[in-house]
Design a binder for this molecule. Sequence first.
Ligand SMILES: NC(=O)c1ccc[n+]([C@@H]2O[C@H](COP(=O)([O-])OP(=O)(O)OC[C@H]3O[C@@H](n4cnc5c(N)ncnc54)[C@H](O)[C@@H]3O)[C@@H](O)[C@H]2O)c1
Length: 325
Amino acid sequence: MTQIGLVGLGYWGPNLARNFDELAELRWLCDASPDARERYATRYPQTRLTGDLEDLLEDPELDAVVVATPAVTHYELAKRALEAGKHVLVEKPPALSGAAAEDLVATAEARGLVLMPGHLLLYHPAVQEVKELVDGGELGDVLCVYSNRQNLGKIRTDENALWSLGVHDLSVILHLLDETPSEAWAHGNSFLTPGVEDVVFCYLRFPSGKIAHMHLSWLDPHKMRKITVVGKEKMVVFDDMELERKVTIYEKGPWQPTDTYGEWQTRTGDIFSPKIPNSEPLRLECSHFLELIAGNGDAHRAAQDGLAVVRVLEQLQESLVAAPA
Ligand SMILES: NC(=O)c1ccc[n+]([C@@H]2O[C@H](COP(=O)([O-])OP(=O)(O)OC[C@H]3O[C@@H](n4cnc5c(N)ncnc54)[C@H](O)[C@@H]3O)[C@@H](O)[C@H]2O)c1
């Protein structure tokens, strides 16, 4: 069975620990905080506990390291694990610059190791349904995609709304459109903590002409987690706040009747919600990592997806910084 070591037992790490304990062998738990280690000592009595990543890296039985520490530490911890010959699942974003993300990908590929970013939404059954609709041509030509990730809170001071929230939507937008944007612009402002943008609006344009937008904010009256894809034949909405109707397909679109001399009209048909399995996205993400380690699936693609998202985030960040105050 694959032997997993997890670094980071804060808010998110324990969810990864639970899944890997069920799917593989949770061999090590590592956190710099003694309190965090103590909290999980009785829950995982078979698992070794440490505050030092080196203990994991020196263990020849350990196959993989899962990094669930704050973003600023991801590059360094992932790099050390790869250099020690361990496969790596690193929480999003894998690094804070395109150059650092490229270095991680090159290190993994040179050693034949898996480097997978924690792009949770790609494992959401609703996103997989939307991807099938896009790829199967059901929506017709996709024209634009936009996402809303807004709420009042959680107000962060260590990373801005672009890096904290945008990574989710960006991973989905790039996955759905399967293209690299030729333009990426962001506007936003830091209202609460100097230098940390609380509200960010992003615009992306792709070589095919498709366009995308992301509204990212923790200063908003609406709690929204929504992605809308507008196709020429149909339109689809993934709304993660809905309990049952996560995906809604609208048979709506523009059309040109032959008898109106090229004038556009609109067409409205059925509105339909397919059944979406309620499998836990994190469980599917962890299973995918184990499959990649076993040699099944496209490990190169997983590593490249992480790099692509970081590169676009970096471009967006540059335009955000460059914007006049
Ligand atoms: N996919 C998702 O939906 C999702 C959701 C929440 C968080 N996350 C990601 O998970 C990561 C962790 O977020 P969090 O909210 O759990 O953070 P957190 O601050 O609650 O926990 C981080 C933990 O890492 C430990 N730590 C920090 N540096 C360390 C080091 N060098 N060695 C060992 N331990 C160290 C800290 O002691 C702390 O316990 C972030 O990258 C975040 O983006 C992902």
